[in-house]
Design a protein around this ligand. Sequence first.
Ligand SMILES: *Cc1c(COP(=O)(O)O)cnc(C)c1O
Length: 405
Amino acid sequence: MINRRKALKSLATLPFIGSFLGANSLSANPSSAAIVSSVRRDFFKELGLRTFINAAGTYTSMTGSLMPKEVTDAISYGTTEYVNLDDLQDKVGERIAELLECEYATVSSGCFGAMSIGMAGILTGMDPEKVKQLPNTKGMKNEVIIQESHTIGYAQALTNVGAKVVKVKTTRDLEKAINKNTAMLWFLNAHTDQGAIKWEEFIALGKKYNIPTFIDCAADVPPVENLFKFTKMGFDLVSFSGGKGIRGPQSAGLLLGKRKYIEAARMHTPPRGETIGRGMKVNKEEVLGMLAALELYLQKDHKAEWAMWEAQIKLISDRALEIKGVETEVHVPKYANHVPSLRIRWDQSLVKITPSDVRDQLKDGHPSIQTVGDNSTVGITTWMMVPGQERIVAKRVSEILSSAT
Ligand SMILES: *Cc1c(COP(=O)(O)O)cnc(C)c1O
């Protein structure tokens, strides 16, 4: 068997591949060992960064989710050839629309980016002069109505492109707020429970006044059905994060829905330059990564995955419950981050440590473990872990809590 070093060495002597591997690094350090080590460079270690077990969930600050090999293969494939960017988005948009049984789709720069370009498209339609003009909305309808209880910082995606948010509480308020400047109605799925107006009524109001409706479903996968549900229900535009439950690139997302609005949204995206969306670029690698992630996600055995998460949560919970004074609770958020989630709390007269100190010790230990929580609980999910890591988490939680008894 030809060994790896020898193989690389002989490859490096071929002029093309030699230069492909990097002529500079070869001449500066011609040993084949240098090439081998460059293949497996430990960048995070080199940079002095600690990696961690993600027992928290999908957080941008924690770099989202981990991409499966099928996704990184698609991304690597994308780096090897040129292709026309618009043609690629056209074809992938068609393919995603077919997979998700909706009219049209595009790959955006995250869910936030999907909201910005979707909003921008609704403001300008296909008018190139208006496209150039944003965020100045002079001469355009520019008001977006949202329910007050659906207020969230991410609505900045709408105001960034020039829209003005108008907040209402009831159906009556909403109908009163509608005027000749109303451009869109926006719904935050994560806050479905808090709002007085639910999906169907919201859509019906949009249809009644002929105003497009948009729903932010960033963190609403799982369940997989949500990828189909809201376009079928009648929302004109639906957005998802690519790098949360779908496990695509963290810098990608999906905008699904009516073709005419998505085509208008595309007016604002690269390669077009004089646009508000020029900085929200997604290149071929992310477009392919997003497609591959979506295909993989749709094929997944979702029941088996759910059962695995439940078993992982149970394992951690059982270990914690061995300690006197500890209580656990498993809950599944109804909307957004709909996965088995564990809350651990304890009687602090028996286990003498605060939740925040437990979380710090988990974070500062070896390996580092990130969790969520508040004054009275430590919160854990397992869906962003590499399977197997739940054992380490169970052991560390148990160690830290027992040492405080
Ligand atoms: C995560 C999130 C976003 C932003 O999504 P990105 O894909 O990170 O751009 C928007 N809205 C909600 C409700 C979210 O949870």
